[in-house]
Ligand binder design. Structure first.
Ligand code: DOR
Length: 429
């Protein structure tokens, strides 16, 4: 395995920041030496980190890799390539594949395909068989394979009694239940946020309350069972207020928000372009302000992409018929650096070490950059500007709502398991 020297950067991790050179050998960090002193380090590959931040690799808790079943939209291989170009060294595959990841057989297949990919691909599994909301999956068997997070993402678990049972099992197994909060009766097939915009555009809306009532119920179930609940892609002010109150009470809850929910509003839907259709839907200016405030205050634990590739054919349908979802992996970090008024160390906490801790991936990702630690790193130029060009994305799909947008902050190099998989913003395999 080639040795790598990362020279001239500012190392930033949960312990602070310092100017240092980093030597990587045999998949691990072999040395971290004050800048300049690394001059004599001999390595096969030298990565220039001048003007850059050298950080633990990013961890995405919410990635739709579409394999098995929708390989025309993404594969584990292409999704992983998009991930490393976005600075991620670890992604958690969502289980709404075809078939769903609801059995040991399918989970094993995903993990096996992941081993050949260019980043660490971990998998979640469904809470209910076929994500149909009726019968629990073999959670113990799946946990034994290393599954640390269960979710029916794409839909929420509607049956409160089943969710209670799942939480009881999850507590015993030491795993997290993640919820896509959507009361399906209340959301009733709404294609965008319900409000003045949906009325004006004549599109069916789903109210904020469809999300909020499920957050409310699951906070109650977390209290009742002592189980850990992770709320996925929260999008409304009141959802975040509910999580803040639950945390103040000492309940074991965490939550994530997506880049699109802190950068875009429901007004984007006025174009009728389905690229802006996503679930939960883009919300109001006030909700966006609340999501940003939650990121700054610590109520929000992490940023997750909800990377949701769809083929052009699927996304070219009329707004109300097109599937929800947008790409996220290659733009997430730059959107956070460009649009959040947060120091880079805080953005990295939200995208690296905090999400890593939620799924127990902090043994390999997000940890301090120190001798002996696994070498999963990203090197980010915080002042480089670039324009999002859908044709240049590594994802197999093109459904980014940020086409043509100018962003500040670019991933320059990514190292996974001691291998430089991105050099100067180019994927190496
Ligand atoms: O917008 C979304 N797309 N939200 C989801 O919950 C599912 C996802 C998908 O799988 O496309």
């Amino acid at each position: 395995m080639k040795t790598i020297a990362i020279r001239g950067g500012e190392v930033v991790d949960a312990t602070g920041s310092r100017r240092a050179d980093v030597l990587v050998e045999d998949g691990r960090i072999a040395a971290v030496v004050p800048e300049g002193e690394g001059r004599d380090l001999v390595a096969d590959v030298t990565l220039d980190a001048g003007g850059c931040v050298v950080a633990p690799g990013l961890v995405d808790l919410h990635t739709h890799l579409r394999q098995p079943g929708a390989e025309e939209a993404e594969t584990i291989e292409t999704g992983a390539r998009a991930a490393v170009l976005g600075g991620f060294t670890c992604v958690l595959a969502m289980p709404n594949t075809t078939p769903a990841i609801d059995s040991a057989g399918v989970a094993r297949e995903v993990l096996e395909l992941g081993r050949a990919a260019c980043c660490d691909v971990r998998t979640s599994a469904a809470i209910t068989v076929g994500r149909a909301g009726e019968q629990l999956t073999p959670m113990a068997e799946l946990a034994a394979l290393g599954v640390r997070l269960f979710t029916d993402d794409g839909t929420g678990v509607q049956d409160g009694r089943l969710m209670r049972r799942a939480l009881e099992y999850a507590s015993a197994l030491g795993v997290v239940l993640a919820q896509h909060c959507e009361d399906a009766v209340l959301s009733g097939g709404g294609a965008m946020n319900e409000g003045a915009w949906s009325s004006r555009l004549g599109l069916p809306g789903q109210p904020a309350e469809a999300e909020e009532v499920m957050v409310m119920r699951d906070v109650a179930l977390a209290r009742m069972t002592g189980g850990r609940v992770h709320f996925q892609h929260l999008s409304t002010r009141r959802s975040l207020e509910l999580v803040a109150a639950a945390k103040a009470e000492g309940l074991r809850v965490t939550c994530e928000v997506t880049p699109h929910h802190f950068t875009l509003t429901e007004a984007c839907c006025a174009s009728y372009d389905p690229v802006f259709k996503v679930n939960p839907p883009l919300r109001t200016d006030d909700d966006v302000a609340a999501v940003r405030a939650g990121l700054a205050s610590g109520v929000v634990d992490c940023i997750a992409t909800d990377h949701a590739p769809h083929t052009p054919e699927a996304k070219e349908q009329p707004f109300d018929q097109a599937p929800p979802g947008m790409l996220g992996l290659e733009t997430a970090l730059a959107l956070a650096l460009t649009h959040l008024d947060l120091p880079i160390a805080e953005v990295l906490a939200l995208m690296s070490w905090r999400p890593a801790a939620i799924i127990g991936a902090d043994d390999a990702h997000g940890g301090p950059i120190a001798e002996g630690r696994p070498a999963n790193l990203c090197v980010v130029d915080p002042s480089a500007t670039w324009t999002v060009d859908p044709d240049r994305l590594a994802s197999r799909s093109r459904n980014t709502p940020y086409a043509g947008m100018r962003l500040t902050g670019r991933v320059r190099h990514t190292v996974v398991d001691g291998e430089a998989v991105v050099i100067d913003a180019e994927a190496q395999r």
